[in-house]
Design a protein around this ligand. Structure first.
Ligand code: HEC
Length: 154
């Protein structure tokens, strides 16, 4: 009789214990959703800095969602300029762009001002941010790559 009671109690305790740990796991889930793993391409810090620069210098023309403005400012969403050759993209940010270009089947003929007042780190961060945002999935750009393009333009 005493043994049966002991077994019953032990079973009861472990059942409670299991229930408890399951509850703990359930509580932890939202926390891990608030802090998702950093993107594999470009560290979280780079993307945070890049977003700050984007919001300060690019957003007025290319918009917060990177969609641009029809017939005025081209989108940065999966365009060949954004996801293509990194050196060309660095050149656009540093030196600006003017003249007729075609982006996703639309012709633009505007003027993008040069952003060579940004330092190499800022240019690398904003480009890395753009290349991993708005549905883009292109490689990060390094400070050295930016420095090389800047030197070539001088
Ligand atoms: C004053 C408005 C303006 C600002 C600010 C601006 N752009 Fe542009 N951008 C343009 C225009 C206009 C064009 C198209 C130029 C042309 O028609 O030759 C363009 C073209 C581009 C292109 C190539 C075409 C495409 O859409 O893929 C990229 C990439 C780009 N901009 C990125 C940026 C980034 C990154 C920033 C911030 C560092 C920025 N731009 C800031 C107006 C702007």
């Amino acid at each position: 009789m005493t043994l049966r009671l002991l077994v019953l109690l032990t079973a009861l305790f472990s059942a409670c214990g299991a229930g408890q740990s399951q509850q703990d796991e359930a509580k932890e889930t939202p926390q891990s959703m608030i802090n998702p793993e950093p993107e594999p391409s470009g560290s979280a810090v780079v993307n945070e800095n890049g977003k700050k620069i984007y919001d300060q210098y690019c957003v007025v023309c290319h918009m917060a969602d990177g969609q641009g403005v029809p017939n005025a400012f081209p989108p940065l969403t999966q365009t060949e300029y954004v996801n293509g050759d990194a050196d060309r993209l660095i050149g656009i940010v540093l030196n600006g762009l003017s003249g007729e270009i075609e982006v996703k089947g639309q012709v633009y003929n505007g003027v993008m001002v040069a952003h060579n007042f940004l330092n190499d780190q800022e240019v690398a961060d904003v480009i890395t941010y753009v290349r991993s945002s708005f549905g883009n999935d292109a490689s990060a750009v390094t400070v050295d790559q930016v420095a090389a393009i800047r030197a070539a333009a001088e």
